[in-house]
Design a protein around this ligand. Structure first.
Ligand SMILES: CC(C)(COP(=O)(O)OP(=O)(O)OC[C@H]1O[C@@H](n2cnc3c(N)ncnc32)[C@H](O)[C@@H]1OP(=O)(O)O)[C@@H](O)C(=O)NCCC(=O)NCCS
Length: 220
């Protein structure tokens, strides 16, 4: 499903359950010694997805270990991202020479609980959500905003290697299935330019919300 919102030069794989969990590398299994079953299952399944996606780039199976602040460490020359939520796991990878960065996120299509929206959104984003809800009340726009922000963070982090807060980027969601993020803080340099934002695509289907960023603007 995630492939529907990724460009052709990104390879991906996903799973809707943890049946047929892929075996783990010893270094990966060592990270799970004290993990609960739910964490073991999502960790193993999403790494199986990652290895399937890497195989599509022609790469052999490798351990995908967490690096700096939890960001996955990919083989040299590869960028990628992983996500897991109730009922869905996905991984996406590409050659770094073709795609600058990737960020994917999946969320259940349920309203954000309690006061979470206030904590993760800017006033102009809440105004946007009101307009979107008026136009299409069946979509969980608040959760989609959160989903897009998580995807942006996962694309941002490998480039910037620093925190990006929920208040540090303004998201604009278009009902046509695209979104953009405008950074309110200075961005990392990529090539000759400073990254000032990201664009992505989203999908709402079968009780899930998916968001994907591949590349960045204007430098990549
Ligand atoms: C890190 C974070 C984005 C993970 O998102 P999540 O919805 O909680 O969880 P998901 O299942 O979708 O994603 C988890 C995966 O994200 C990846 N991830 C974790 N930290 C990461 C980082 N710093 N950079 C990139 N990817 C990261 C990992 O692959 C992880 O899976 P793993 O633990 O099995 O290796 C989230 O917990 C977080 O810290 N968000 C706050 C920052 C933010 O979103 N800012 C908004 C900017 S507009």
């Amino acid at each position: 499903m995630i492939e529907e919102i990724l460009p052709w030069d990104v390879r991906s794989a996903d799973a809707f359950d943890d049946l047929g969990q892929a075996p783990l590398f010893a270094e990966e299994a060592a990270l799970l010694e004290r993990a609960v079953d739910k964490r073991r299952a999502e960790f193993a399944t999403v790494r199986g997805c990652a290895r399937r996606a890497l195989a599509e780039l022609g790469l052999p199976p490798v351990a995908v270990l967490p690096g700096e602040r939890g960001a996955p460490r990919w083989p040299d020359g590869v960028v990628g991202s992983m996500t897991h939520c109730e009922g869905y796991r996905a991984a996406a990878v590409a050659w770094a020479e073709k795609v600058t960065t990737i960020g994917i996120d999946a969320e259940p299509a349920l309203p954000l609980p309690g006061k979470v929206l206030d904590m993760v959104s800017l006033p102009q984003e809440r105004a946007l959500l009101t307009r979107l809800t008026d136009a299409a009340p069946t979509v969980c726009w608040d959760r989609l905003l959160f989903c897009a922000k998580e995807a942006v963070y996962k694309a941002w982090f490998p480039l910037a290697k620093r925190w990006l807060g929920f208040e540090d980027a303004v998201i604009e969601i278009d009902p046509d299935g695209t979104f953009s993020a405008r950074l309110l803080v200075s961005g990392p340099r990529v090539g000759d330019g400073e990254v000032d934002g990201f664009t992505g695509r989203w999908l709402a289907r079968d009780g899930l919300l998916l968001a994907a960023v591949a590349g960045c603007g204007p430098a990549g």
